[in-house]
Design a binder for this molecule. Sequence first.
Ligand SMILES: [Zn+2]
Length: 278
Amino acid sequence: MTRTPLSCAQPCYCPVETNEAAHPLYWDRACIQVSVEDDPGSGFTTEDLDAVVDRSFGAWTGLDCGEGRTPGFQIQRTDDRARCDRSEYVSGEGNANSVVVVNEGWTEREGHDSAAFALTTTFFLLNTGEIIDADMELNETNWNFTVCPAEGCIDGQVDLENTITHEAGHFFGLAHAESGSDATMWACADEGDVNKRTLEADDIEGMCTIYGEGALPEGCSFSNRGGFDPYCADDRDGCGCRVAGAPGRSEDASWPLLLGGLGLAFAGRRLSRRRARG
Ligand SMILES: [Zn+2]
């Protein structure tokens, strides 16, 4: 397969279904668990991936919103590894916010463009925009990830931290920045790019606006909605209803994104998912 760097000529996806009561996405909890798959790629180890996840999420949680105030999150990597290598939310059962490596079969997955470095899917309540689960898939099928030196990679490899820092923005509910922006949340990146490791003013403003003073509840529980379960629904004995495969996609819009999605029945409310490119 011929590999070409992402360019700014990527298609712009429009929502499949208009969400009449669209809301910006947000977490309503200060403490969030993230489960990383034990699945090294060709150019990185699981330990590399763990360290990059810590740094990439840390870029968002540790930023200064002014006068030393941070958005207020605590991110905890679970000791139990993600065991489900696809994005999935299981209603009524345990779940995991996962970071997984897709070593093969990327393009066979619905909505997975071979040109994308990664894909983050958020599951959220349509009536509020509250995120209840988020899963990040890395496209190691079509790209070779590694941890580039500070000046970037020049040999066709893709920097893990550059990619995961961008995806972590989606994880927290941010959409893409304006086209041509130098922000981490700009949709395009070149192979070997490391500029997205650090946040720009537009990224910081977006994060601090969503999670302004008092936005997150006081108190901290890392327990997921429905509890923690790192396995796919198909690998469990339970009878939960798996919610996956819906073709809701984000558009490449400026923040805050008012998005559409495919509504799915969820405990009397509506649950949707959105996919964010790259
Ligand atoms: Zn993106």
